[in-house]
Design a protein around this ligand. Structure first.
Ligand code: ZN
Ligand code: ZN
Length: 379
């Protein structure tokens, strides 16, 4: 590598498996931007969608890459050190007292928001109508350097371990989901223990939930959940025929209600996006219960089993969660990662730390459900 180019992991063609390590120009910053030398970046489920070139992800990247005239650098969960600051850089973290200097250890909010739309002007930047996502709409963090608007920069405690610093963005997703309703003294059920589900379990435990049940298929993840301290884990079974699926739903709903006691959990966190899990979440919470909807369904459609009874007569609250509240969620994440006990649990969820050149093997293992969170090292 010479000083004007850098290694990066790019999506190089519109087809499955077309992610490669390639040289890219080191980005030059605009006056409101900051240049960061990436220390480590974590692999997200959406990076796996890119890797597989799923239907859901295609339109975004075709646009960003101008129909693949050039590759797009992936990655949006990371930490690194500030190497250059633009001449017009202003406030970071929405806090005028926080100053940024070269050498600072930082992470970033992955949604670059406009600051001008109705939502942005009303304290709802996480649903900005003009948001651009790092690693999709613009070049990402799977690279030696990344340039970003200062408004996205989050300053880390200098002694925060780098692998924890790299996962704060997805941990923020989990925090946004798990802290939307207070979980203190609540009976909680989590459907799906992928990394975000697992992070949610850590948050629920640290936030004083009275009882946590999780529903998951993978043996590896069930074992991990028990190590973290989840009270009851129900192993879901893959059912294919409509009859088998109905029987499996009934079985899981009964077990969830039994585990929580009374007439079911107070709060369900639906992190899997599987239609049967969504139904189980809606049907297993107690009357007046709450459902956090986070997991994306493969097909966009979802049909309620018994909308009038389950939602209306039961007085259910269903809350969709996207991204992180900017920056409320980040401050909550900072409080969490400062706790040694939380760090210890989060480290268990990070099952692999690899050199970036080994990303393909890691992604393949992650696709097979054999890993927790994977962190790639760029230094
Ligand atoms: Zn992500
Ligand atoms: Zn906006």
């Amino acid at each position: 590598m010479n000083s004007t180019t850098m290694p990066s992991i790019q999506v190089v063609a519109p087809k499955a498996g077309a992610m490669e390590v390639r040289e890219a120009p080191v980005p030059t910053i605009k006056p409101h931007e900051v240049l960061i030398k990436v220390r480590a970046a974590a692999v997200c489920g959406s990076d796996l969608h890119l890797f597989q070139w799923d239907e859901s992800i295609r339109p975004k990247l075709n646009r960003a890459s101008d129909n693949f005239k050039h590759g797009v650098i992936a990655g949006h969960e990371f930490c690194g050190h500030v190497v250059e600051i633009g001449s017009e850089v202003g406030t970071i973290m929405d806090d005028p007292t926080v100053k940024l200097k070269v050498g600072d250890f930082v992470s970033a909010e992955s949604h670059v928001v406009c600051g001008k739309c109705y939502q942005c002007l009303h304290g709802e930047k996480h649903v900005c109508v003009n948001d651009k996502i790092i690693g999709f709409d613009r070049d990402g963090a799977f690279a030696q350097y990344i340039a970003l608007p200062a408004s996205c920069i989050w300053k880390n405690d200098p002694d925060l371990p780098y692998e924890i610093a790299a996962i704060q963005e997805p941990l923020g997703n989990a925090m946004h989901a798990a802290a939307h309703f207070s979980l203190k003294d609540q009976r909680v059920v989590i459907f799906g223990l992928g990394p975000i589900g697992m992070f949610s379990a850590v948050i629920a435990l640290m936030h004083g939930a009275k009882h946590i049940t999780a529903v998951e298929v993978s043996e590896t993840r069930i074992k991990l959940a028990k190590e973290i301290g989840v009270h009851d884990v129900i192993q879901g079974k893959i059912a294919r025929t409509p009859e088998d699926r109905a029987a499996e739903r009934a079985r899981v709903q009964n077990l969830v209600r039994e585990a929580a006691g009374h007439d079911g959990p107070d709060v369900a966190l639906e992190m899997s996006g599987h239609p049967d899990a969504i139904t189980n979440a809606v049907k297993s919470v107690r009357r007046g219960g709450k459902v956090i909807a986070f997991g994306l369904t493969k097909d966009s459609a979802y049909t309620f089993d018994d909308y009038s009874k389950d939602v209306i007569f039961n007085g259910l609250t269903i809350q969709g969660i996207i991204g992180r509240r900017i920056y409320d969620t980040w401050y909550k994440v900072r409080d969490l990662v400062r706790l040694p006990e939380a760090q210890e649990k989060l480290r268990k969820v990070i099952t692999e730390v690899l050199p970036y050149t080994e990303f393909k093997g890691g992604m393949e293992r992650m696709l097979r459900g054999e890993t927790g969170k994977i962190v790639l090292q760029f230094e």
